[in-house]
Design a protein around this ligand. Sequence first.
Ligand SMILES: [Zn+2]
Length: 107
Amino acid sequence: MICKKCGHKIEENQKFCANCGAEIDFNSTDVIPENLRPLSPWAYFGLQILFSIPIVGFIFLIIFSCKKSNINRRNFARSYWCSLILVAVILVIYLLVFINVFQSINI
Ligand SMILES: [Zn+2]
């Protein structure tokens, strides 16, 4: 279990957080702090569609990569950058191969 206030790990028998001293309510359903809240599969799907929109998606991608309000969303945005770079590299390789093949046919 995790402290709602600071995200520190809490043992099952503790009544107070060892890090920040907040009282732990074991009956509370939202014990996960907002910034660590898991995203649903649909949220990931929605983000993916949002990021694929030209220009607007790119702006959101930059914002979500820096925002700390939800770590899962931030990490997903950052991993999306890796995909973008990978796609760019593959496109450049394809382009170079295509140009080489095209030139060798012409000669
Ligand atoms: Zn705490």
